[in-house]
Design a protein around this ligand. Structure first.
Ligand code: SF4
Length: 421
């Protein structure tokens, strides 16, 4: 989401005549787009602000330091005390441009004036684009800072999304990711249309099998058979879903206020897997939340073993001030969290390796994303979002954003190696 927001702001600044620099010492304006999900991300921002401010003072530069994004909600006073010139509560491109050009602005209210920006193709990978469809979240999972920092759900009008989609396709986008904290909730606030209806409209608008649609993130409570059928039936929508289950224990899920049981989660996954075998499901897991017991951690391990995720983002619970869990003083043990995280990583890596090994010998459509750093291979992804290394072939130059038929011939580490056929 932040990458999409930054990309859009860069385009707006460039159209006003600003140039992007690669070194901060050359800058007149530094804009830091921030994330509050984990403490580590915030610590890095504080360190950067200190560095930029020290440079500004030492060199007596009139450089402006601006912070936008989630940290504006959690750390505004501290950021000002470290020398930031302006902190923006909500990402609002028009207000930021106003401030940069005119040096003043009317203070914006949290959330009430959120403005969706136009989307552009990615700067580095010009065949890829992120297209935000919602902002904020109404779910208030107890561990999560997002509703506090980004506010409640705001769905972007479908008309604007479809217009942006057409313009991205005209600009050469071949892989477009619809973005939101919980895309499945799309339209619940505006009653414009549901997420499934939006996907249908997107698919109709594309009408071209060479453009792939992805979306992230989904919430298991809102994921239903209609959505599963839509993903399978709509030509442009890729066969991959990121569906965070967070914990295998119903007590923990309840304390997280996730609003589903692990049995419901398993049933939804099995519906998808029964329709099509080669459907990649990735997930997020948090360990060490709310005095998680050994038995509850084992329940989480049982879920990853029974489902078999090729990809999982694994975290130790990190308490964030401002969350419901923090307010309610839900207890946790960081040491246990670290030990369990190491164990989980080890088991998940083994599961992923065994699943990836089964891919050797299979055929896939692969979209080329780039040439690898070693210049000996191309890198691409299948429709199911598997990362693939394609061996360079002297006879065939591949183009980024183009789709090729490939056969997986080997696995090295966790990388699938393929040849174009
Ligand atoms: S659904 Fe996602 S973004 Fe919303 S509160 Fe829960 S974890 Fe946070």
């Amino acid at each position: 989401m932040n990458r999409a927001d930054s990309n859009s702001l860069i385009h707006s600044l460039q159209s006003e005549g600003f140039l992007e620099t690669t070194e901060y010492i050359d800058s007149d304006i530094i804009i830091i787009n921030t994330c509050s999900v984990r403490q580590h991300a915030e610590d890095r921002v504080f360190a950067r602000v200190r560095l930029f401010n020290a440079f500004k003072k030492r060199e007596k530069k009139s450089m402006k330091i601006i912070v936008m994004g989630c940290m504006a909600q959690t750390s505004k006073d501290r950021l000002y005390s470290l020398g930031v010139d302006k902190v923006f509560d909500v990402y609002n491109e028009i207000k930021i441009l106003d401030y940069i050009k005119n040096d003043d602005l009317i203070e914006n209210d949290f959330n009430s004036n959120y403005v969706f920006s136009k989307s552009y193709v990615d700067k580095l990978y010009t065949h890829k684009a992120f297209l935000p469809i919602t902002h904020g979240c109404d779910n208030w999972c107890t561990y999560c800072i997002v509703p506090h920092t980004r506010g409640g759900l705001i769905s972007r009008p479908s008309k604007d999304i479809l217009e942006d989609l057409k313009s991205l396709i005209d600009s050469g986008a071949k892989e477009i990711t619809l973005l939101g904290q919980n895309v499945n909730s799309y339209g619940e606030d505006t009653k414009d249309m549901s997420f499934v209806q939006l996907l249908e409209e997107v698919d109709k608008t594309i009408n071209d099998s060479d453009v792939w649609i992805r979306f992230t993130t989904s919430h298991p409570k809102d994921f239903d058979k209609n959505l599963a059928d839509a993903i399978i039936n709509l030509k442009s929508v890729c066969e991959h879903i990121h569906l965070p289950f967070q914990s295998g224990s119903n007590r923990i899920l309840n304390l997280m206020d996730r609003k589903y049981t692990i049995e419901e989660y398993l049933e939804k996954v099995s519906y998808l897997r029964n329709i099509t075998k080669d459907f990649l499901i990735s997930t997020d897991i948090i360990v060490g939340f709310a005095d998680e017991t050994d038995e509850e951690f084992t329940e989480t391990l049982n879920v990853i073993k029974s489902i078999g995720f090729e990809e999982a983002y694994l975290y130790k619970y990190s308490e964030r001030a401002g969350t419901v869990a923090h307010e309610k003083k839900i207890a946790y043990d960081p040491n246990n969290g670290s030990l369990r995280l190491s164990k989980l990583i080890e088991i998940q890596r083994a599961i992923a390796l065994s699943l990836l090994t089964k891919q050797v010998g299979t055929f896939h459509k692969v979209m080329i994303n780039s040439i690898a750093k070693d210049k000996n291979n191309y890198l691409g992804r299948t429709r199911e979002n598997r990362s693939i290394v394609i061996r360079l072939n002297d006879d065939k130059v591949l183009k980024t954003g183009e789709i090729y038929n490939a056969k997986i011939i080997d696995i090295r580490g966790h990388s699938l190696i393929a040849d174009i056929i």
